[in-house]
Design a protein around this ligand. Sequence first.
Ligand code: CA
Length: 402
Amino acid sequence: LANRFAAKKDGCDDTQGVGMRISSVEVFQLQPRGDMPRGGPNPGARSAVVIIRSEDGRFGIGEATPMYGGLIPLVILKRHLAPELVGKNVFDHAVLLDRLFHKYIKISADSALTAAIAALDIAFWDLKGKLFGEPIFNLLGGAWRKSIPYYASLGGCARMTVAETERMVAGIVAKHSPGFIKIRLDGDRSVLDADVTGDIEKIRAVRKLLGDAFPIAFDASNGYSPGRAIRVGRVLEELGYEWFEEPVQHYNLRSTGEVARQLDITVSAGEQSYTLQALGDLIDAGVKMIQPDIIKMGGVSGLVQAAALARSHGVEFVPHQMQPAIGHTANLHILAALPEFTRPAEFGEFSGRMGHLYGNLVSPADGQFQVPDGPGLGLDISEEEFAECRREIDLSTDELAA
Ligand code: CA
């Protein structure tokens, strides 16, 4: 028994259960073909991808937050995490990732490291699903639903006029018929309260455009001081908006809680929280809806834990998610398996820019997504397109850091 325990601690126990060794872990950016949606081939338009291959030739895919090309989590993955996983047992997935998290915690306990871990976790779930021949939602206990309604997440309103905001909303509603929308400010994060009067005009205009019955949410993108946030929040209440997202700077937990407690409308936050503990602090502060992102905090495992945390505290769990393919599909598996599903899934990637990389990109139809029910994530990956669009991470300064 002592020997068996020692073997288990080592990360792979061939004496019992199913064993499957990891043969390689690949870390790279994906640069889609064709026109970039953000005005050129900038790194922000790339995805930060990890592939875990098992010794039987199968693989799982995951992704980390692509902010600034995802380079920081990718470097952590390639330099520190990936080499430690080769040769380990796929089915020790949670043990391996918790060890890595605590081993490298001083890199950053709450951002790039948890995003790197998230990418691996998603890849592990995809791979395990393929090994068992089951979709991830079945590994999570089964699907409550396989059709997931979505809301169209429409950004950049801070830079638009009232008329431009109306045009953008009308265009998406006409083209895609979402049953729910959210408008986001996405203003200059270093300037608070830049145009509160203009924001209120846009909030009123969008309500008027869509009518009283249409569900709309508003995301301030951390743009207000607490007093101004409460003023805007009162307007949102008067107009029947569904929720008020990130009204003030996310790092100011006290004022986030103050705004949430002062208002009747559901105040939400959490897309910039990277640990379960940080989400717990938001709930304690008074936030009534948490929005963690699967590619930033803990992957599938992290989001399942976050859902349990929300449920135990009686707050809503409505994940943030804006990626075109991997994070998006992983998120849908969570929502399929969620007992308490209160709001639609976020979707903001109408360009289809990553579509050529997959045979079955999960796209909106009639206000819904159909969760793929193939093994793992169920994403049909074009190996040819992946090879073409793969961009390697250069660690040539390794000697300096050694
Ligand atoms: Ca947001």
